[in-house]
Design a protein around this ligand. Structure first.
Ligand SMILES: [Zn+2]
Ligand SMILES: [Zn+2]
Length: 183
């Protein structure tokens, strides 16, 4: 069989509630029709934690995830409860290397509303799925989309994220299908 497998590995980092990787895997197979496998969790990502900021450095985290060899896995999505940052932003919900192998998503900012009130898990899981599918799009080399009703539209905050749909627009869907058959 020549068909590419495009197997996605979901890697919990630290103490992530079991339902989160399960929901993420269900969204990958349900929304994108790709096989997703939940990997044994990592305790932490050595050398990526910034003790002054209490956050993971996203660039270093992605590099580390890319360097780990996982058998029969094409793309890796790290799921963390620790907040993430890149030097030019105070925080990010998630990040991926464009066209690369690894992405990471954090639940940290997704669990509360803008006033700091804890959100029901249904909302948190939906937000995590949106961030993850968006980052997975980047791994298949999708860029940001001008269409507000597309998952690849840039989300600047929780309000944008909550307004975003859970699917790609027709253009991005087509691009995604082409990219996954080639990668
Ligand atoms: Zn993006
Ligand atoms: Zn789009």
């Amino acid at each position: 069989m020549n068909e590419k497998t495009n197997r996605i590995g979901i890697l919990p980092i630290g103490k992530v509630p079991e339902i989160v990787p399960q929901s993420i895997a269900a969204h990958i197979s349900g929304c994108l029709d790709l096989p997703a496998i939940i990997l044994p969790s990592l305790k932490n990502i050595a050398g990526c934690y910034n003790e002054n900021r209490f956050q993971y450095d996203v660039g270093k985290t992605l590099q580390t995830l890319e360097s780990i060899k996982f058998k029969d896995i094409d793309k890796i999505i790290g799921v963390s409860t620790v907040d993430l940052y890149i030097p030019i932003f105070a925080y990010v919900f998630g990040e991926a290397k464009q066209g690369g192998k690894a992405a990471v998503v954090s639940l940290y900012r997704l669990e509360k509303d803008t006033h700091g009130k804890k959100q029901p898990s249904s909302i948190v899981l939906e937000r995590a799925a949106k961030v993850m599918l968006h980052e997975l799009g980047h791994l298949y080399n999708l860029f940001h989309c001008a269409d507000e009703h597309c998952l690849m539209h840039f989300s600047g905050g929780l309000q944008d994220l909550d307004a975003s749909p859970l699917y790609f627009c027709r253009y991005c869907s087509k691009y995604f299908l082409d990219a996954r058959s080639k990668s």
